[in-house]
Design a binder for this molecule. Structure first.
Ligand SMILES: [Fe+2]
Length: 296
């Protein structure tokens, strides 16, 4: 069976990939076909891929370097469950058991239930994320995706003009702060220093514009904070209306790959007394969206 990418939606931004075993080395034509599929759709699911961490990292490297995960969470190095190169998006501790209710790691990770684009808090934000479902939670835990190109296209021209050159500040402290997670060490404050991102970005291959929103965005340069936050909130409400959203219900060993430059996503609530073992590899971006401020 040969590689095929099919979508059942219209307009489509989510498609299913068949005819490929991503646990094995793949040829250049297949890589190019998958990249073309990502450019066109922005979210692809590869069902039934029984892979391990090494295979997942090898597959991700077809699309660029793996992003350095440093500075993306509050988990201490000695508490990490997975090898370097893998982002742990499970609810599990190093012992393999669900984290305690008051675990700081768990409370910080609840932020993944807010709409976001991965690593928008980094000066060079992520290109693709690849999420492999190793253990699916019995109740809830769907991942929702929003098409930020369609959301941009649906704005009226006046709003498109107004936001065209706006620059936001993104930080994990903004997204977590909106949930009341406000307690950081001095080291974490340094690590989570805000970075600048354009509010409207243009896809390097297709040239399509998209809204670059994320719950990590908490300020807009040159705009009073409440005005900026209500604008960001309004745009987020607009961009996450049902017509722009696809809900993915996970089956074990689905691998879902999305383009963070064109989409936002969030995980929905699930039964946290039961395991949900999801493992992410992140393909690093290759350019900043805007010049960063000089270091203080
Ligand atoms: Fe995420």
């Amino acid at each position: 069976m040969s590689l095929a990418i099919r979508s059942r939606q219209s307009p489509a931004f989510f498609a299913e990939v068949s005819g490929i075993d991503i646990g094995k080395p793949i040829d250049r034509d297949s890589v190019a076909a998958i990249e073309a599929g990502m450019d066109r759709y922005a979210v692809l699911v590869f069902p039934g891929q029984r892979i391990g961490d090494e295979q997942q990292m090898a597959f991700a490297r077809n699309f660029g370097a793996i992003e350095n995960a440093r500075g993306g969470n509050v988990t201490k190095p000695q508490d990490k469950r997975l090898v370097t190169g893998m982002n742990d998006v499970s609810n599990l501790g190093k012992d393999g058991k669900p984290l305690a209710r008051d675990s700081r790691q768990r409370l910080f990770n609840i932020g993944n239930m807010l709409w976001h684009s991965d690593s928008s808090f980094r000066p060079i934000p992520a290109k693709y994320s690849l999420l492999s479902a190793r253990v699916v939670n019995a109740k809830g835990g769907n991942t929702e995706f929003a098409d930020m190109r369609a959301a941009y296209d649906a704005l009226d021209e006046e709003m498109q003009r107004y936001i065209e050159d706006l620059v936001c500040e993104h930080s994990l402290m903004y997204s977590r702060g909106s949930l009341g997670f406000l307690d950081y060490s001095e080291e974490e404050r340094q690590m989570f220093r805000p970075v600048r991102q354009r509010l409207v970005r243009t896809h390097p291959v297709t040239g399509r514009k998209s809204l670059y929103l994320s719950s990590h965005a908490g300020a807009i340069l040159g705009m009073p904070t409440p005005e900026a936050r209500i604008l960001l909130r309004d745009l987020t409400e607009h961009a996450t209306q049902p017509q722009f959203v696809h809900v993915h219900t996970w089956s074990p060993y689905d691998l879902v790959m999305w383009d963070n430059r064109q989409t936002m996503h969030r995980v929905r609530r699930y039964d946290e007394s039961q395991p949900r073992d999801m493992r992410r590899t992140t393909v690093a971006g290759d350019a900043a969206t805007v010049t960063q401020a000089a270091a203080p």
